[in-house]
Design a protein around this ligand. Structure first.
Ligand code: P6P
Length: 340
């Protein structure tokens, strides 16, 4: 009988190893876990009740908001605000920093999240996910919150993770001590440890990118795609193309099998020259996870986790996955830069 370790037990074991741990982090994480279970319940019955479709609103990204997007956002904000351990939140769905409502207890943590990533797939029953990134505030505890408490480089994350709603619902996260995967047992209502110490293969066999935009890419990106599709690469055969259009699902597959996910800069939209993905609630958390699993994440030239965060919704190109594959991306960009 495999040892059934719940995510809470796992966190408590982790907490015991941290001198001076107050239990605040475990409290915060338990609220994320509860939010995931509530969102999972709605996602799983989406086809049966009136939560499919659009709300008729657009978010700060200019994207149409789905009913489940709005629902997931509401659940996370409500639960996290009452955790008593946050001083601020930020959501992909909200233009500004979300302060903890007056009168509720404050804490030292900041949580940034994408409540339901991949929501364009909701109505066709394709995997979607929740992504979260956790920091400790940098300003003194009894001072006013500063934007620098929220706009921190990814290197300073204390935890990051995602929930993947699919054939089974998984919670995958790191607290800087490796990457661990938990699968929801709906019969028990608990996330149970199913993938301890996940390591991404050094070299992958899959590339994930939306090739429909190839005519908008820069030259290095075009050369990168030719490399992965050619027989003249490290594998001596083409990588398989796999792209579902949901970052959490594409990332998770490549994390387990090995591979590279790419959302390059493109010149389709002058308002988004850096591509579509957001640094704070998508690239940074995924980069922390992949590095903890032995992989890499760059914007083409620079390590994602070292990028300066200037605004909440800034975007970045993202090349993330198996170390050898991402190193190749950086090598091609450097060769182009050297040619000038
Ligand atoms: P495209 C979903 O909207 C998302 O933010 C990511 O989950 C996904 O990787 C990407 O956009 C897909 O974008 O332009 O290929 O449809």
């Amino acid at each position: 009988m495999p040892q059934q370790v719940t995510v809470t037990e796992h966190l408590l074991l982790h907490q015991k190893r941290i001198p001076g741990a107050t239990g605040q982090f475990t409290r915060l994480f338990n609220e994320i876990v509860l939010s995931a279970k509530i969102i999972n319940r709605e996602v799983n019955k989406a086809g049966l009740v009136d939560v499919l479709g659009f709300t008729g609103k657009t978010n700060v990204q200019g994207e149409e908001v789905k009913k489940l997007d709005e629902y997931a956002n509401r659940i996370l904000i409500h639960r996290l605000a009452r955790s008593g351990v946050l001083c601020a939140m930020a959501s992909e769905e909200n233009a500004d920093i979300i302060e903890v409502p007056h009168g509720l207890p404050l804490g030292d943590y900041v949580c940034i999240f994408d409540p339901l990533d991949g929501s364009s797939n909701i109505d066709v029953n394709v995997n979607i996910g929740t992504i979260f990134s956790i920091f400790k505030r940098v300003s003194p505890e009894d001072s006013h919150l500063l934007s620098t408490d929220v706009l921190q480089a990814g290197l300073h994350q204390v935890a990051a993770g995602y929930v993947l709603y699919g054939t089974s619902t998984m919670l995958v996260f790191t607290t800087g001590d490796g990457v661990h995967g938990f699968t929801l047992d709906p019969g028990v209502g608990e996330f149970l440890l199913s993938h301890p110490n996940i390591r991404i293969p050094e070299q992958g066999r899959v590339y994930s990118v939306n090739e429909g935009y190839s005519s908008y890419w820069d030259e290095p990106t075009k050369e990168i795609l030719e490399y992965f599709k050619s027989t003249d690469n490290n594998r001596r055969k083409p990588y398989s193309g796999r792209y579902i259009g949901s970052l959490v699902a594409d990332f998770h597959r490549n994390l387990i099998y090995g591979g590279i996910f790419m959302y390059p800069a493109d010149n389709r939209d002058p308002k988004k020259p850096e591509g579509k993905l957001r640094l704070t609630c998508e690239a940074n958390p995924m980069a922390f996870i992949v590095e903890q699993a032995g992989g890499m994440a760059v914007d083409g030239r620079n390590r994602i986790l070292e990028l300066e965060v200037e605004n909440l919704h800034q975007r970045t190109p993202l090349f993330i996955g198996s170390r050898e594959d991402v190193l190749k991306v950086r090598e091609i960009y450097r060769e182009h830069d050297a040619k000038g």
